[in-house]
Design a binder for this molecule. Structure first.
Ligand code: DC
Length: 232
């Protein structure tokens, strides 16, 4: 049983969930829990410490021992491995795929699930990921699943990469996105899928504000007090 208000936002890559989750957390003054960043950090640590993506025992030990710290006071949160800020390093195309690979390992999922629940304990949280509503916070009162066409999601990812000054081509971005989706949707444990009670929002032709409006109006309908107060 986890006290505090939990809003879950799940969905595939490029569905807009990070932008929306951050904006919502900022608007409500909730903690933003970026669980994708956690899997990415484990992936980066595995690479640095030479632990293979199929080495379940090694990954399990890594999850217990790595000196990771997830900041909760800034948006986007700062992530430290040892004393090093790895917030940018975890966003490379290599970590896109490696994080997806290691996220299929049961020991890694178990460790992340426990850590996510521990961080959220007693707090109001916007939790973003793939299995927030289905596995980690199944009793959350507010569940959203964002989606968009593969073309639009790839286009967003491509634009994001260009804006970071990375040289890439659109076909590579599309291929990697499709591969990652397939992996995340077909893995044995906690595959990417909407919870039965989640509101599915197709963001393909919506602006950020339109998505936020839809979510906040749902939250208001369901009696999220903080929004009721803000609307007065
Ligand atoms: O949201 P993201 O792209 O930063 O996530 C990176 C990978 O981490 C994603 O391909 C699958 C995995 N992931 C997961 O399995 N469960 C989560 N709750 C969040 C991310």
């Amino acid at each position: 049983m986890i006290p505090g208000e939990v809003i879950t936002i799940d969905g595939p890559a490029g569905s807009g969930k990070s932008t929306i989750s951050r904006a919502l957390a900022r608007m409500l003054g909730f903690l933003y829990l970026d669980t994708g960043a956690m899997y990415r950090s484990v992936a980066l640590a595995a690479k640095r410490y030479g632990v293979g993506k199929n080495d379940r025992e090694g990954l399990s030990t890594l999850c217990k021992c790595i000196p990771l710290s997830f900041g909760t006071s800034r948006l986007p949160p700062v992530i430290l491995l040892g004393g090093e800020d790895i917030s940018a390093a975890i966003r490379s195309p290599e970590m896109d795929l490696l994080s997806s690979d290691i996220s299929a390992v049961p020991e890694v999922r178990e460790a992340m699930r426990d850590l996510q629940r521990k961080i959220a304990q007693g707090r109001d949280v916007v939790a973003e990921g793939r299995d927030m509503a289905t596995v980690v916070f199944p009793s959350a009162r507010h569940k959203f699943f964002l989606t968009a066409t593969p073309e639009m999601r790839a286009q967003r990812r491509y634009a994001e990469r260009l804006s970071r000054g990375e040289s890439t081509d659109r076909d590579t971005v599309v291929r990697q996105l499709v591969q990652r989706d397939r992996q995340d949707e077909t893995r044995q444990i906690a595959p990417l899928r909407p919870a039965r009670e989640a509101l599915i929002i197709d963001t393909t032709s919506m602006t950020i504000n339109e998505v936020l409006d839809e979510i906040t109006s749902k939250l208001r309908d369901k009696g999220l007090e903080i929004l009721r107060a803000a609307a007065k």
